[in-house]
Design a protein around this ligand. Structure first.
Ligand code: 5GP
Ligand code: ZN
Length: 114
């Protein structure tokens, strides 16, 4: 998708620190980390957000969770706990309109959602 920063990272037109990559997904370090571990898990297909998930592309959500589990183990945040979130739309705080999940961990995030 023209002008999409994540598509540019996927197409290697922009650099990123890559933690995981396969034919369907890429996982990169967030450029402005909010926690010691802050990874973005991004489908290679330009899906705008979870509102655009339907029967045709829902498998990617399972794949994202599988990669999140794998990375959480690898980075040793699986036992202490981590947060896996996605923002859907402007009011939720979505700033990049290409579906992505934030994997956050390595610090006490408390019980507040906001
Ligand atoms: P959102 O607010 O849409 O849920 O999250 C977008 C995230 O993408 C933010 O945490 C922001 O720091 C990150 N981000 C924005 N531009 C770039 C970039 O060029 N490279 C990387 N690695 N992360 C980015
Ligand atoms: Zn995109």
């Amino acid at each position: 998708m023209d002008g999409c920063v994540f598509c540019k990272i996927i197409n290697k037109e922009l650099p990123a620190t890559v933690y995981y990559e396969d034919d369907k997904l890429i996982a990169i370090k967030d450029i402005n980390p909010a926690a010691p571990v802050h990874i973005l898990i991004i489908p290679k297909e330009h899906i705008i957000n979870v509102k655009d998930i339907d029967e045709s592309n829902e498998q990617i959500l399972v794949d994202i969770h599988r990669v999140a589990n794998k990375l959480a183990k690898q980075l040793e945040i699986d036992e202490k706990g981590y947060r896996l979130i996605t923002n859907c739309g402007k009011q939720a705080g979505q700033t990049v309109f290409h579906l992505h999940y934030h994997l956050l961990g390595g610090t006490d995030m408390g019980d507040k959602l906001l």
